[in-house]
Design a protein around this ligand. Sequence first.
Ligand code: HGY
Ligand code: MN
Ligand code: MN
Length: 395
Amino acid sequence: MRVDGDRFLADLHALRGFGASGVGRGVARPAYSEADLAARGWLAERMAGAGLEVQVDPMGSVFGLSEGRSLLLGSHSDSQPEGGWLDGALGVIAGLEVARAAREAGAPPVSVVSFQDEEGRFGVTTGSAVWGGNLRFDAALELTDRDGIALAEARVGAGESWVAPERFTGYLEMHIEQGPVLDQAQEAVGVVDAIVGIRDMTITFEGQQNHAGTTPMALRRDAFQALSAFNEALNDRLRNVVTPATVWTIGHVRLHPDAHSIVPGRAVFSMQWRDGDPERLRRMEGIIRETAHQVAEARGMSLSFGEMLGLEPVAMDPGLRAALEASAEEIAPGRWRRMPSGALHDATNVARLMPVGMLFVPSIGGISHDFAEHTEEADLVRGLEVLAGAVARLA
Ligand code: HGY
Ligand code: MN
Ligand code: MN
């Protein structure tokens, strides 16, 4: 099987045209947005052109199915609100190119998927979480985005029937690393051994909205001050529990009513934490809840926690990993490593259904979830070749 690097790069650049945004190569293509739906329409045409049968599932994930049982390759084509051109898109277009090359070579057929809402406008890797059974479809439909729109309402372009996982013998996902490790080490490829687990919820402090000029400091019940105190106390308390690989983020904050001259009465914010050890994730949850309770009590706030979403850490399949490693050693001898993934991926959910493996290429400067995300084209093509080599070994 011979993959065509130029054809692959041309498709990758074409996909970037949907939602092209910001400086450089940025894209804004959140799940179910106009740009996302247009990209999925284009992708379906490319899949059909590669001889694959297109099926869109009730979440809006787009499958390009080959005849008979096959490997499934892919990732996602939605983006963060401010995203790069490669996060997810790379794995989908690499899968498409390998499926095309396999067909041209008369090799065993390959199927392709672009999962919907991996970037979590509504949940955490929502489309594959439902397909893989980590999230019930009826529960997913009730999820809302940060503007209060329900997934049930946003879900345009979705199909009628689910794709049977029994069609597939395994799942391979190529992705950018989205971190600094390969770039700093000047290495070409990472073969993933495990994906970290995640917990994510919304927390609300509610105090008293009041006049910013007349309310004495000692009498305020300021929700922003509560959030600030919570953040400082939490960073301090987590220190006893975490490792250098543990991460936690407050990435979204909404103050009410969000005005210069009003003491904010309400702070609604996201709290997310990730680690490879489920026991540590659980201990962190305890500390987060306890710290929030203590801050609320000390500052006269009422406190509420939203539903906690989560995915467990997942190990990659040894057989698929071995195929990726053998291919990496052939194509980038001495310039690859085995490594964990700190980012979440659809592979986490698909692992409930079939063996999964993952492959990384370097991210320049370790930047991702930003318009500036980029990877050298030579590294993209090398990764594609490693993927194709692994598929050939597994055939
Ligand atoms: O946040 C993540 O790890 C993924 O990119 N959605
Ligand atoms: Mn991704
Ligand atoms: Mn992402």
